[in-house]
Design a protein around this ligand. Structure first.
Ligand code: PMP
Length: 427
């Protein structure tokens, strides 16, 4: 089997709407390495899009899943519940950065988590409005697409979207939007479209993921907290990409001066198994009556077993500290690359913990998505999987497993540097 022969079958059998960043096909993977069907090895700086903070097939996760497979794989929580689901909820409630008692419910995908957080916020407040941020990403289902703040490729031709979803710009150093501009946009929104008393919640990524690894201005959270006190507008932190030690803290919102009412989690929660959740203040979480929440596969026992092991691994292997150490190593390597004159232009190195990104610019200092694409292409050829993001695809983002050793990390960074050189040569 060759990559090319599978690619041809893929093009005939699967719609192009689900785009793939690489044109090779996986055969096996271990920690921070993947091998394709032709036996070529890659260092993995994508982590399955922020899913593999504990790496591919962590032995603890594999053992927990194997044990669960021998017991039962599915009963449906709504038919006959199981204790590990409760244990996982208890563990997340204990560490959740919310005020007072917390409760947790599980789903399967990140989009399902953000949709359900909206349902819960609407039920708890009795209000319809949701304010999200331009450039944000909350999923690809219809309501979550509506909240995603980017038309191309997520919304073009796909509407109408559910009503009462509004967007304002995200203030951050790297996006160049000031807090003042955001607050003015909010005033305009309240004057032109909807009164604050009809807004149920703000939904915000503590660090925008797909949008370009922009960390929100702490002043924004203080402003949101004031609006919560004045108007009772809830705060939903979308932690799908930032959660579980990626930013050097368990949750990205812990870098901010405010506690959210609800958190959405998915991706690295279950180390490669499909599991998501909404964690929140107990009285908010109980707003919806019995039967109003759920899903046949929601909180799959296999995924729950994996997640319990993931939480143990994060604690035992001190992955918050490791995220900071990895982040420093990445920053050092990219800082050196940025001082060379044989690479594409590098700017705006940013991000907390191991959620690090930088922009590729053209000679005039404008974002250069085509050059960033050349970088990831050259990296793949040389044995590194790394992704772009950002509104123009100009951002190279690194989501390496936090369990990666220094040798593999340095190997990946050396390949990335070579790719930055090759992308300039190919210009
Ligand atoms: N929220 C955020 C912040 C995300 O990064 C993503 C996925 N990239 C989602 C929601 C949607 O998650 P899923 O693809 O599992 O539906």
């Amino acid at each position: 089997m060759t990559n090319q022969s599978i690619l041809e079958r893929r093009e005939r059998a699967v719609p192009r709407g689900v785009a793939t960043a690489t044109s090779v096909f996986a055969a096996r993977a271990e920690n921070a390495e993947i091998w394709d069907v032709e036996g070529k090895r890659y260092v993995d700086f994508a982590g399955g899009i922020a899913v593999l903070n504990v790496g591919h097939r962590h032995p603890r996760v594999m053992a927990a899943v194997a044990e669960q497979l021998d017991a039962y794989t599915h009963t449906a929580f709504q038919v006959m519940a199981y204790e590990p689901y409760i244990e996982l909820a208890e563990k997340l409630n204990a560490i959740a950065p919310v005020e007072g008692e917390a409760k947790t419910i599980f789903f399967t995908t990140g989009a399902e988590a953000t949709e359900n957080a909206v349902k819960i916020a609407r039920a708890a407040t009795g209000r319809p409005g949701i304010i999200a941020f331009a450039g944000g990403f909350h999923g690809r289902t219809l309501l979550s697409s509506a909240m995603t703040g980017k038309v191309n490729p997520y919304k073009r031709g796909l509407g109408p979207f559910p009503a009462e979803i509004y967007h304002i710009p995200l203030p951050s150093e790297s996006s160049g939007v000031t807090l003042d501009q955001t607050l003015k946009a909010l005033d305009f929104l309240f004057a032109a479209d909807i009164e604050p008393e009809r807004i149920a919640a703000f939904i915000i990524e503590p660090v925008q993921g797909e949008g370009g690894f922009h960390m929100a201005d702490p002043g924004l959270f203080e402003a949101l907290d004031k609006l919560r006190q004045t108007y009772g507008i809830l705060i939903i932190a979308d932690e799908v990409q930032t959660g579980f030690a990626r930013t050097g803290k368990m949750f990205g919102i812990e870098h901010q001066p405010v506690k959210p009412d609800l958190l959405t989690v998915a991706k690295s929660l279950a180390g490669g198994f499909p599991l998501s959740g909404v964690i929140g203040r107990a009285e908010v979480m109980d707003a919806i009556g019995p039967g109003g929440l759920g899903g046949t596969y929601a909180g799959s026992p296999v995924a729950v077993a994996a997640a319990l092991a993931v939480l143990d691994v994060i604690e035992e292997e001190k992955l918050n500290d490791r995220a900071n150490a990895i982040g420093e190593r990445i920053r050092a390597a990219i800082t050196v690359a940025a001082t060379r004159n044989d690479t594409v232009r590098i700017a705006n190195l940013r991000g907390p913990g191991a959620m690090i990104a930088f922009d590729v610019m053209d000679q005039d200092g404008n974002p250069d998505g085509a050059a960033a694409k050349r970088v990831t292409g050259a990296a793949l050829e040389r044995g590194l999987v790394v992704l772009t993001c950002g509104t123009l695809g100009q951002t190279i983002r690194i989501l390496v497993p936090l369990t990666a050793g220094d040798a593999v990390l340095d190997e990946g960074l050396a390949v990335l540097t070579d790719a930055l050189v090759a992308a300039k040569e190919a210009a």
